[in-house]
Design a protein around this ligand. Structure first.
Ligand code: ACO
Length: 343
């Protein structure tokens, strides 16, 4: 059985930078730069322009990852697309990306799989992609995490707790087979559906008939309250569970791989909140210089945070061949995961 490794990385964020001051001055949100930075570490985020969906952001990220792997679009055998902000309810963004990459035009009718595991989506995707590569059924999997949160944020004072956290972006990797002694050594996933309502954006409820929202301020069909269009988050519950589960799933990975935390050269944590990551690092005695962050400039890009981090770290020379990397994520569901990689 071959090993599966990440043969290429790529990232893309839209051009528009929205600072914390822009949230206050441009959108009229009652907030301050200091409030947001103190509680989350976020200084700015990117917003994609009208007319752009997650699959659009994924195109440049995917192209960079494919090129960095030394491949062309025609070499990709499968797409796995992780997002909580797809363009439509169905179909998912995987097929949209396939078409936008020009694969359909080339007659490359490869499978396109969509994953809905929110902030853990990239690590769930890495588990799926590496298992399929190792099985020998596919060679090169294009795994993407991409989000356009800006379209669905309540950018008013009412929604400030959530809307100050999120931004748009996409990250992509290619998962490929290798006979070399390197790659994705193990992945560890978990979920606890008892917390499904603690962090969610319901939009509709298929148990209601009809399921779509009652038009605001009007009589009409529909059984769902308009508030369901916005994300709901019980922040302190999320914080507490994130710290506990991230520690647990990182310890499990080290235990299973028979490695010490000190053997890990780079920790690539999901970027939900700088304070969550600092608390995990402090509790486990991880030195600051082994952690990488991009939350300051991009906010929480959900499924895109880890592949964006990997792409930027590789591009800057911070992540090089031979390093041992630990990726850890926690998110809505609750879901969580970790992976140990020999780069
Ligand atoms: N600016 C100014 N004031 C704000 C803002 C803001 N952006 N957001 C909330 N407030 C106000 C609230 O309205 C509230 O005001 P009130 O006391 O008058 O009612 C006050 O600040 C305190 O609100 P809390 O929600 O209790 O603030 P808390 O200290 O818990 O911080 C936060 C909120 C930052 C969300 C925190 O709970 C947290 O970090 N939770 C983790 C959640 C997280 O990181 N989620 C990311 C997505 S999930 C994931 O990716 C894993």
């Amino acid at each position: 059985m071959p090993n599966a490794y990440i043969s290429g990385t790529g990232g893309y964020v839209p051009e528009q930078i929205v600072t914390n001051d822009d949230l206050r001055d441009g959108y009229g949100i009652d907030t301050t730069h200091d409030w947001i930075v103190k509680r989350t570490g976020i200084e700015a985020r990117r917003f994609a322009p009208e007319g752009t969906c997650s699959a659009d952001l994924a195109v440049p990220a995917a192209r960079k990852a494919i090129a960095n792997a030394g491949l062309t679009e025609a070499d990709v055998d499968m797409i796995v697309f992780a997002t909580l902000s797809p363009k439509h309810a169905f179909p998912g963004d995987g097929v949209l990306l396939q078409e936008k990459l020009g694969l359909c035009e080339q007659g490359r009718f490869i499978p396109a799989m969509d994953l809905r595991n929110q902030c853990s989506g990239f690590l769930y995707g890495l588990a799926a992609a590496s298992s399929m590569v190792q099985s020998g059924m596919v060679r090169h999997v294009l795994l993407v995490g991409g989000e356009t949160h800006s379209a669905a944020l309540d950018l008013s004072t009412r929604g400030r707790t959530v809307s100050s956290l999120f931004g748009d972006g996409a990250g992509a990797v290619i998962v490929s087979p290798t006979d070399e002694d390197r790659g994705i050594r193990g992945w560890y996933l978990g979920a606890d559906g008892r917390f499904a309502d603690v962090l969610c954006q319901k939009v509709w409820d298929m148990s209601k008939r009809p399921f779509f929202p009652v038009p605001e301020g009007r009589e009409g069909p529909g059984r769902v309250e308009p508030e369901m269009m916005w994300a709901h988050m019980e922040g302190r519950q999320v914080f507490k569970n994130a710290v506990e589960r991230m520690i647990q799933v990182l310890v499990s990975a080290c235990w299973d791989q028979k490695i010490d935390l000190a053997d890990i050269d780079l920790f690539c944590f999901h970027q939900a909140n700088m304070r969550i990551n600092q608390m995990v690092a402090q509790t486990m005695g991880i030195p600051e210089e082994k952690l990488i962050h991009n939350i300051q400039k991009y906010g929480n890009t959900t499924a895109a945070t880890i592949p964006l981090l990997l792409a930027e770290a590789e591009e800057s020379g911070r992540l090089v061949r031979g390093m041992k990397v630990a990726c850890v994520a926690f998110g809505s569901g609750f879901t969580w995961g970790s992976a140990i990689l020999d780069w």
